[in-house]
Design a protein around this ligand. Sequence first.
Ligand code: UD1
Ligand code: MG
Length: 462
Amino acid sequence: MTESVSKPVRPRAAVILAAGQGTRMKSPTPKVLHRLAGRTLLDHAIDAAEGLGCERIIVVVGAHSPQVGESARKRLGPDATVIQDPPLGTGHAVLAAKDALADFHGDVVVTYADCPLTTAPVIAPLFDLITNGAHVAVLGFEAQNPTGYGRLILAPGHVLLRIVEEKEADLATKQVKHCNSGVLAADRAVLFDLLANVRNDNAKGEYYLTDVVGLAHERHLSTRAAFAPEASVQGVNAQAELAAAEAVWQQNRRKALMVDGVTMPAPDTVHLAWDTQIAGGAVVEPFVVFGPGVSVASGAVIKAFSHLEGAVVGEGALIGPYARLRPGAEIGAEAHIGNFVEVKKVKVGAGAKANHLSYLGDGSVGEKANIGAGTIFCNYDGFEKFETHVGKGAFIGSNSALVAPVRVGDGAMTGSGSVITKDVEDGALALSRADQTSKAGWATKFRAIKQAQKDKKKDKKA
Ligand code: UD1
Ligand code: MG
């Protein structure tokens, strides 16, 4: 979910760095297009920028993965990306956004596209520092193992003297545990002015964004740090780190839902999506998976081993165990969707029941209708999809095949095992199966003959 913070005092813009190669992911999918809670890392970073109230968002992309730029432009518009080619360091990356922000007057926050846990509330303290007079504000954290990070050289009062990168650090500096998260904010003009003076005469031969801090301090500008928990600023560089970030995200979100009154007896087994909405008073049993686009109303119970995606569940509805709700499933209040029932693009009316082994795809089920076990909405002819509509209070006999397009009227019934290809009037019974015939004594005679044959074979062997 996009978390917002209070309205900006001055206009804000974000520069999101995404030009890295992400080679450690070892995947044909660019790193920042991997998903956490069903949403790309890039989108999480954009959510944070939007949550901060940034009116301009520029994503810096590399020449190597055009999909990243496409994804950013699709969400933010055609002017939202700039290319950094070749990548010559984080300072150089921010400079790539200079022209795009030339007409922007306000504060700029620099973030990374691979830090999905760095949400708007995590970054917000930087803007508080700026509001209180800081010219450059940096988000730091205390690292359990600082190796690899830039170290914050602090004076009392969170005054930041400079940032020293790992490769430039002497032994004493390497002992420093205060590290740079990578998130930095400054007035746009100040930032680009400082960046113009950053040089690349360092161990990596790169233009370090972090050098702006020392330069600002030398100019007697106010440079400050705010601190965030380490888990909230962790970047994703490899698949295991993506899974670790996912675990942190899931745990945070489950906790928030429980605070809101959602009952989850085994929260660790429930998998949520970035936008899952569950109202207080709903119950989510163990091993339930939510894909994107689900909302669950109060009093609903999602029973164990159900999978929901793009579905709306009404008040007091019972889902599962082992139910599958696919996009467009709209389950009315007090309706029941039971085990091994799949629902796609069907509006199920209040109090309707489909309790066992059914496929309901494309159409509607009226209020209080009963869908018998094994009912199939035959919605697809190999080329096109068609709709099935079942009226209010209708009763669909078990193992009915409703061949779309077809409508079963209000209060109508279908006989078990029927293949319904024509509309059924309100209140009618539709049957489409061979009449039952019965042959008196046939089974008894059959068994007698078979038993005699078996006995004869046994006698021969003996
Ligand atoms: C950077 C910081 C370091 C901080 C650490 C936190 C600098 C010089 N160092 O180090 O202080 O502790 O992050 O993780 O800023 N990127 C580009 N273009 C480039 C280089 C990088 O877009 O030319 C992007 C990457 O995609 C990545 C981010 O910037 O999202 C950080 O780059 P990375 O190479 O990981 O920086 P670090 O050396 O880890
Ligand atoms: Mg890094």
